[in-house]
Design a protein around this ligand. Structure first.
Ligand SMILES: *Cc1c(COP(=O)(O)O)cnc(C)c1O
Length: 498
């Protein structure tokens, strides 16, 4: 496949005369990816930034290849070969899901048509489709007919947006320095980021303690609300988490909602991870109470099997979205809003914005919500089985039992001098595993100690996969400990580079 050379730049434009080139290019790209996926026998090659960076640095961006096939060969070398593959059943690290084909179809269509969802006159039906999906999501949450919302780039933006609205609702003369946001110690760091961006003071985010299952303690929240009131501070929002990033724990939403109601405080529920429960037929009850929130974050790119990005912020009362509205003469003058022309930019923090909603639309139209919920339920089932497996394994100690799909545990060296190496052994095991590419797992710190973390989001991951990964982790950790604190019966094991 060759394209005309310099001087024919216009032949690269996508239009009625170039559709054959478009078809060929898309088919060739899809073919490359398909071959990669077909043959990926591990989630990662284990490449290091030191090895990959020079290859990418050596490419001369001033000298185009002028041939999509050659450029794809290059992409194969600098990207596809060493990418991290989330579809692989031994990718167990972060909140990245395998994606469903109807959503990939949506991605291809939306990027080619390239609608921008800021205004009706740049999107037409795209705007109405997004609005239907916002309504659909709001009704799954249990919001009433006044609800509204908008798609965003991710949970971070959704949380920022929700907290902006909460700040504006709370600011009845209170100075920014007196505003507080209460979340749990297991809340997401984007809450802190948002507080910074919103101009709140350095002490604005107050964390309250969690229980043994890493859920916000309502009694601690009540105490904190009371303390703030007595100190003359204004709590602008409580952020409850439905699916904490580290533990998959779900804060007790009904109790928290009741406390917020009686204190007159905005409740934001960060369901970036737990939103998949909205379509679960077996576990929807775990989100009971979410309907009492003022705003909710959902990340379809976490538990709805959607490609990045696909996320939304929903509010119980659509009128509050006015706090983010600005009217520009050139784009969305007030008279358009008055005439009822649907301009989503009136509700969004972004201006030019992708039509990500089309991916969810095609997913629902092809598969339907129950099928998505089934996939998520399978993952949660698997996590429960894996929890039992790890709990029964003397090589490990496990922290909590998540109602979702995370497993936080650590290798525990045998009793003796090796015990004190537990932290480093777990760190080492995670890195050694990633360098081998055989599997990718995450890590986190719990009460100052290093732990390993599995986040299951792939229904294709079997218990065998998990067992295998546990063996690999224990093997790496054990080798590390034996090297530094050799057991008396076989001193001098092979050298370990930590
Ligand atoms: C992932 C996550 C976020 C951030 O979402 P992004 O889509 O990565 O911006 C926020 N809150 C929680 C609980 C999350 O798990």
């Amino acid at each position: 496949m060759t394209y005309p050379h310099a001087g024919a730049a216009r032949s690269y434009l996508f239009n009625d005369r170039t559709v054959d080139g478009y078809r060929r290019a898309m088919a060739a790209g899809a073919e490359r990816v398909a071959e990669r996926i077909r043959h990926a026998d591990r989630p990662f090659s284990g490449v290091s930034p030191e090895r990959l960076a020079p290859e990418i640095a050596a490419i001369d961006l001033e000298r185009p290849l002028r041939d999509p096939a050659a450029a794809l060969d290059e992409v194969e070398r600098v990207y596809l070969r060493d990418a991290v593959y989330f579809h692989h059943p031994r990718y167990l690290a972060h909140l990245n899901c395998p994606v469903v084909i109807p959503a990939l179809l949506g991605e291809a269509v939306l990027s080619a048509v390239n609608s921008s969802l800021d205004t009706w006159d740049q999107s037409a039906g795209g705007t109405l489709i997004e609005r239907r999906l916002v309504e659909w999501t709001a009704s799954r949450i249990g919001f009433g007919s006044a609800a509204d919302g908008v798609f965003t780039s991710g949970g971070t933006q959704s949380n920022l947006h929700a907290l902006l609205l909460a700040r504006e609702e709370a600011r009845t003369g209170a100075s920014l320095a007196r505003l507080r946001v209460i979340t749990s110690a297991a809340g997401h760091f984007s809450v802190r980021k948002a507080a910074n961006l919103l101009g709140l003071g350095p002490d604005a985010v107050v964390t309250v303690e969690t229980d043994a299952e890493r859920r916000m303690r309502p009694a601690a929240l009540a105490r904190e609300l009371d303390r703030c009131r007595r100190a003359g501070l204004v709590v602008m929002a409580v952020v409850a988490t439905a699916g904490t990033t580290d533990f998959g724990s779900i804060d007790p939403l009904p109790e928290i909602a009741a406390l917020c109601r009686s204190a007159g405080v905005w409740l934001h529920v960060d369901a970036a991870y737990g939103c998949g429960l909205l379509v679960s037929r077996r576990r929807r009850h775990l989100l009971d109470g979410i309907e009492r929130a003022d705003s909710v974050t959902v990340d379809f790119h976490k538990s709805f099997f959607q490609p990045v990005s696909s996320s939304a912020v929903l509010v119980r009362d659509g009128a509050v979205l006015r706090h983010a509205a600005h009217h520009a003469d050139y784009l969305n003058p007030l008279r358009m809003a008055e005439r009822g022309i649907p301009n989503q930019v009136d509700k969004s923090l972004q201006t030019t914005r992708r039509f990500d909603a089309l991916k969810l639309w095609l997913t629902l139209r092809v598969m339907g919500p129950d099928a998505v919920g089934e996939l998520f339920d399978e993952v949660v089932d698997r996590a429960a089985e894996a929890h039992a497996l790890i709990s029964a394994d003397p090589r490990f100690e496990i922290v909590t039992r998540s109602p979702l799909s995370t497993l936080v545990f650590r290798y525990l060296p045998p009793e003796g001098p090796g015990r004190k190496l537990a932290d480093d052994a777990n760190l080492y095991a995670r890195e050694a595993l990633a360098a081998s590419g055989a599997a990718v797992v995450a890590g986190t710190r719990v009460d100052g100690r290093h732990y390993l973390k599995l986040t299951l989001l792939n229904p294709e991951t079997t218990l065998d996969d998990i067992e295998h990964v546990l063996d690999l982790l224990a093997g790496h950790a054990r080798r590390y400990v034996d090297e530094l604190a050799p057991p008396a019966d076989h001193p001098g094991a092979t050298h370990v580079h930590a």
